[in-house]
Structures are given as structure tokens and as C-alpha cells.
Design a protein around this ligand. Structure first.
Ligand code: FES
Length: 134
């Protein structure tokens, strides 16, 4: 499994996502309420660029006749035919047992930047980076 630094965590605030190519694969990286997730940018239905879809919420299970909307920012809707996926798990909302998008491991890691002076090894900047493992 390869470790790929894809950018500074500060550049991808909650609610934002970006699509990039890692090891020849198109991957969408999402910040959902401060947690980072990575999904393959390909819908299991007909291969649409899924990560270009809208990030939304969903109707939650509730009493008959009631419609409760929630989980805003946690659901990704395919731009072609509207299939919806849970960004955290990659599972389809309507058929979670059979239909899912491939997910990749994401970590936020502190990269220490050392000063050029060999004697001091002073850590100048410590900035959190988003790392995707593919
Ligand atoms: S290709 Fe995604 S819903 Fe059809």
C-alpha cells in the first residue's frame, strides 16, 4: 500500500472535497465534519464520476407519514442517475449490502519540517497533511 500526501489539512475544511489522481486512479477526498474520507471517483452503477456529485443529506427512518431530513453533508449523490452513497462507508443508501463504492484509508499526519541547520534540528513548522493510502 502506497502512502500519498495529497495536501495540507487546512486546505480542505469541513464540507469541502477535492478530486485528484493517485497512482493512476481518480479519487475524491472529502472532509465530513472534520473527518477525512476517500472514495473511488467511479459510480458502481454505470461508472459516472461519482465524486463530482452533490454532497447532501437524506431522509431518515422515522414514524410512518413523517419525513425527517438529516445527515446533511454525509451523503454523496451521483451526478448521472442520483444514486446516493454514505461518504464514510461508501455504501449505497438503498442497497447497502450489495452496492458500494471503493473507499481508501485516509489519515491526517503531522509532517515535521526541519530547519536547514544540521546542528539544531529545530522543528520550524509542523503542519498536518492529508495522507491517502492506496
Ligand atoms: S452512474 Fe451513478 S447512478 Fe448511474
Amino acid at each position: 500500500m502506497g502512502r500519498h500526501i495529497i495536501g495540507a489539512a487546512a486546505d480542505l475544511p469541513p464540507g469541502k472535497n477535492k478530486i485528484l489522481t493517485v497512482e493512476g486512479r481518480s479519487v475524491g477526498v472529502f472532509n465530513v465534519n472534520g473527518t477525512y474520507y476517500a472514495l473511488k471517483n467511479s459510480c458502481p452503477h454505470q461508472g459516472a464520476p461519482l465524486c463530482k456529485g452533490r454532497v447532501t443529506g437524506m431522509t431518515l427512518p422515522s414514524e410512518p407519514g413523517q419525513y425527517v431530513y438529516g445527515r446533511e453533508g454525509e451523503i454523496l449523490r451521483c451526478p448521472w442517475h442520483g444514486w446516493e452513497f454514505d461518504i464514510a462507508s461508501g455504501k449505497s443508501i438503498f442497497d447497502p449490502h450489495k452496492c458500494l463504492v471503493k473507499t481508501y484509508e485516509v489519515a491526517v499526519e503531522a509532517e515535521a519540517e526541519e530547519s536547514p541547520s544540521v546542528e539544531t534540528y529545530e522543528v520550524k513548522v509542523e503542519e498536518a497533511k492529508i495522507v491517502v493510502y492506496i
